[in-house]
Design a binder for this molecule. Structure first.
Ligand SMILES: Cc1cc2nc3c(=O)[nH]c(=O)nc-3n(C[C@H](O)[C@H](O)[C@H](O)COP(=O)(O)O)c2cc1C
Length: 489
């Protein structure tokens, strides 16, 4: 099944599969809808469509669309999410085509990449209503207040579109956006993110304005592309096409920013390098309110575009697991082939939901040489957003990284703390990490839980692992059912 073409197609598909519930009670986007969403996310329940939104006649609100991996796969029309990363790596890795047939196959794969490129749409769904001047007020939008001490109303699942001044590539980032007034908002793109990079580039070029568009509710591939840690400067619209399996239809706004033609809501505006305002507090995905307000760029609204009968999409973050835990898992699966292209010894990885994605990462490797586990740690701490992972645990290839009990066994049985634990002080870290001494600056912990080679073990061979006697095991296999143990004996 192909990826859904817009939000409404996705809602219909989820409803058909019994994965969407409609809520008819009238609820407010201030605390009430977020509280219902929070409870449903905790239970890994269905997507919700709120049909009556207090104070916002004509609007509907959707949430928890991506609360399970199954729904994400359904939305993207992918049986395996790794398939998406493989579409990219296939084009780059593998022996060069030699024979004619192989050359033709290589050509087809190159054409495949072109097939994922964005396509220009003549019309956009959101042209139904265009609000300008005083009409273009953010007060018309059912932005959430998610936690009682949040510093204001937030667009929590908006995709922030920018065109990079240095490269011309489009970025899509899911960054929270705080409503500051009818025509002003604050964009929370963090230090290590591509949105902030575009902003810095604009400042260095002495641009007076960097055009920005905030999109809410589009086809699921572009919504999720905003969360993907795509290496700079790969175009995120192209990556969204790779995720959808076809090019995204885009509409170029008067400001020049391309946005998906299927969007429900587009806020068009600009940020001015140097013009910043306090942002927060906000209850974030670590389960804490952020530190006291820090400054981020002010977005000035020029135009608001709306599809008729608009459907707003919002999410809530907090102590895991919430919707973003499932989205984090999808990122892990999609990027595994790309990590493996760069670090071929990597077998699998697990960014456990309760480890807050950037808190703890577990990686299994096929180890060949001494020190390799630490080499993998150093590589990952330098690789895109994997670099923000605070604690890395490296295990051997035969440990299932998704079985935390197996991982604990490997840590308990294979780690000599003095030899196998590294603490790297004074490093980059996630800006929101509540334990870091300074936002964006902290330290790393690496645990090498692989079996040690001679060189790593003072020249002593690693002990022999207990295994059943094969002949006895075969015999017991044959008579196992007759022992009646499985039947509760
Ligand atoms: C619900 C949700 C909210 C997020 N909010 C922010 C945010 O406020 N700021 C931020 O920098 N990243 C935020 N992220 C993470 C980014 O979307 C993610 O790091 C993404 O890869 C950024 O894209 P970029 O590499 O193009 O900057 C959020 C993710 C989710 C799922």
């Amino acid at each position: 099944m192909p990826a859904a073409r817009d939000l409404r197609e996705l809602l219909a598909l989820l409803e058909e599969r019994g994965q969407l519930r409609r809520v008819r009670a009238e609820l407010s986007p201030v605390l009430e809808i977020p509280e219902v969403l929070r409870r449903v996310m905790r239970r890994r329940g269905p997507a919700l469509l709120f049909e009556r939104v207090r104070g916002y006649p004509g609007w509907r609100v959707a949430g928890n669309l991506f609360g399970t991996l199954e729904r994400i796969k359904l939305a993207l029309g992918a049986e395996r999410l790794e398939e998406i990363g493989e579409r990219l790596t296939r084009a780059l890795a593998g022996p060069p085509p030699m024979g004619l047939l192989e050359k033709l196959r290589g050509l087809r794969e190159a054409l495949d990449l072109a097939r994922y490129a964005p396509r220009q749409a003549r019309r956009a769904a959101f042209e139904d209503t265009v609000l300008e001047g005083g009409e273009a007020s953010l007060e018309r939008i059912p932005a959430f207040k998610t936690w009682p001490r949040d510093g204001g109303r937030y667009i929590t699942f908006g995709q922030v579109y920018t065109v990079d001044p240095a490269t011309g590539v489009t970025n899509i980032g899911v960054y929270r956006v705080m409503v500051r007034g009818p025509r002003e908002a604050v964009v929370h793109w963090q230090l290590h993110k591509r949105g902030q990079q575009a902003y810095r580039e604009a400042g260095e070029r002495a641009w007076e304005r960097l055009p920005v568009a905030v999109v809410v509710g589009s086809d699921p591939a572009t919504m999720l592309a905003g969360v993907m840690p795509v290496p700079y400067p790969l175009d995120k619209l192209l990556f969204a096409g790779v995720m959808a399996g076809r090019g995204v239809e885009v509409y170029r706004l008067p400001s020049g920013v391309p946005v998906p033609a299927s969007a429900e809501l587009v806020i068009e505006g600009y940020v001015e390098p140097g013009r910043e305002a306090p942002e927060g507090p906000f209850g974030d995905h670590w389960g804490y309110y952020d530190r006291p307000a820090r400054r981020f760029p002010v977005l000035t609204v020029e135009r608001i575009w709306l599809r008729r009968g608009p459907v707003y999409v919002g999410t809530v973050v907090g102590k895991p697991p919430m919707e973003d835990a499932a989205i984090g898992k999808a990122v892990e699966r999609i990027f595994l082939p790309i990590v493996r292209l760069l670090l071929p010894e990597v077998v699998d990885m697990n960014l456990p939901e309760h480890g807050v994605f950037q808190g703890i990462g577990i990686v299994s490797i096929r180890k060949r040489y001494p020190g390799q586990a630490k080499k993998v740690m150093m590589a990952l701490w330098g690789l895109g957003q994997m670099a923000l992972t605070k604690i890395l645990i490296v295990v051997d290839h035969d440990v299932d990284v998704h079985d935390l009990n197996q991982v604990l066994w490997a840590v308990a049985a294979h780690v000599d703390p003095q030899r196998d634990v590294v603490v790297v002080p004074g490093t980059h870290t996630d800006e929101l990490d509540p334990a870091a001494p300074y936002p964006g600056y902290g330290s790393k912990l690496g645990i090498d839980a692989t079996r040690k080679l001679l060189e790593e073990n003072n020249g002593r061979p690693w002990p022999e692992e207990v295994e059943p006697d094969p002949e006895t095991a075969r015999k017991i296999d044959r008579i196992w059912s007759s022992l009646g143990i499985d039947a509760g004996g």
